[in-house]
Design a protein around this ligand. Structure first.
Ligand code: 5GP
Ligand code: ZN
Length: 113
């Protein structure tokens, strides 16, 4: 998809701070860090939302998520983590390339202070 910013990140046309990459998946820091280490995990194929995803893509996407979550938890010394995914404008989705938010949680505040 030409105009999709996450496809541009996958293609290297836009920069990102990458956390993880394999054949099917890219993980990179969210440009607007809700907490320290806030990461997005995306499929390398353009899928708009969960409603468009088939189970093979879901398997590929979620397979590395525990490894990614543990790497972030360790790197940023997080105490916990929220995983969340918005599907559709009415659910708060703003970028229409599927993405899973990994939001580390800390014993106080957002981990920055
Ligand atoms: P949504 O509301 O669609 O679930 O979340 C979209 C997320 O994408 C937001 O948290 C936003 O900060 C992030 N985002 C939007 N544009 C960019 C970008 O160019 N680079 C990165 N790394 N994150 C982005
Ligand atoms: Zn895309």
């Amino acid at each position: 998809m030409g105009a999709c910013i996450f496809c541009k990140i996958i293609n290297g046309d836009l920069p990102s701070a990458q956390i993880y990459e394999d054949e099917h998946v890219l993980a990179f820091l969210d440009i607007s860090q809700v907490t320290k280490g806030h990461t997005l995990v995306i499929p390398k194929i353009h899928i708009e939302d969960i409603f468009q995803m088939d189970s093979a893509t879901a398997k590929n996407l979620f397979s590395p998520v525990p490894e990614i979550a543990n790497a972030i938890k360790e790197a940023f010394h997080a105490e916990g983590m929220n995983l969340l995914n918005n599907n559709g404008a009415f659910a708060g989705q703003e970028v229409f390339h599927y993405h899973l938010h990994l939001i580390p949680r800390y014993d106080h505040k957002d981990g920055f202070s």
